[in-house]
Design a protein around this ligand. Structure first.
Ligand code: SAM
Length: 244
């Protein structure tokens, strides 16, 4: 997968060279380029922002550098998806992560200040043969810039790529993969500060362990995120899972 980030803070993406993404770059699974938006400015001050039409607080990222940046990055791509982090975007979910993980080339437009001039997104959206535009929100809150959102979304996406995780099996049982939160996990020692690991997990009975874990998933999801659990599914799960 190819990843291009356009930002006014290129240093923000240094962590991508660490840990698993770093290894994926070395192995050729990921190819990453970080571009400074200011490289597409033409004035002495390398200006990327201006005051908003209509008045109001803050500054808006100017369309011209974005237009040139996207022209340059998209010129060498057959099938790019432009990911635009914004609080007005489609809420980011595991399902969207899975969708983005199928793309070959993700280009990230990281906003700052009051955001990017709307015409940049409208222009890109008007060229569906060149690029698909996906506006994504990390959540119902406001960050200072798109970089943190781009990093978080990137991490959720690239770990789904075949070959990215050392042990692909660990992906299967994670929260949100089957619509439920994950069951609680424990490791050694069996007793710690007066708290014991549930006996069933030390029983060696794989069927009982699976049933216990599933019940924990359903209980935890019902308690913490009932919105994830349609009533019909909840009824069904409780009926089929035997008590342990
Ligand atoms: N004025 C904008 C609004 O109210 O929607 C917020 C601008 S915010 C200060 C600057 C940039 O941070 C945005 O352009 C976007 O790239 C990023 N950002 C902020 N919150 C975000 C969120 N919840 N999800 C994704 N990106 C976000």
């Amino acid at each position: 997968m190819r990843l291009d980030y356009i930002t006014i803070f290129p240093d923000w993406f240094a962590p991508l060279s660490l840990s698993l993404p770093g290894r994926a770059i070395e192995s050729g699974l990921l190819s990453i380029a970080v571009h400074d938006l200011r490289d597409w400015t033409h004035d002495r001050h390398r200006t990327v922002d201006d005051t908003p039409y209509g008045g109001g607080a803050g500054m808006v990222l100017k369309p011209e550098p974005w237009g040139e940046a996207l022209d340059a990055v998209l010129a060498s791509s057959d099938a790019a998806t432009l990911v635009v982090p914004t609080p007005s975007g489609r809420p980011f979910t595991q399902a969207l992560a899975r969708e983005l993980a199928t793309r070959e080339h993700l280009v990230w437009a990281c906003g700052r200040y009051e955001g990017i001039d709307q015409r940049v997104l409208d222009h890109a959206a008007g060229r569906p043969d060149v690029v698909e535009v996906v506006e994504v929100s990390l959540g119902d809150y406001v960050l200072n810039g798109g970089e943190v959102a781009a990093l978080a979304i990137t991490e959720a996406v690239v770990r789904l790529l075949p070959g990215f995780m050392g042990n692909a099996a660990s992906l299967v049982e994670e929260s949100h993969e089957d619509g439920l939160l994950e069951y609680p996990v424990y490791t050694k020692p069996a007793s710690w500060r007066g708290l014991d690991v549930p006996d069933v997990l030390r029983s060696g009975d794989h069927a009982r362990i699976a049933a216990w874990r599933h019940r924990q998933q359903v209980e935890r999801t019902a308690a913490r995120r009932p919105d994830l659990l349609p009533a019909s599914q909840a009824r069904h799960e409780w009926e089929v899972v035997p008590a342990v």
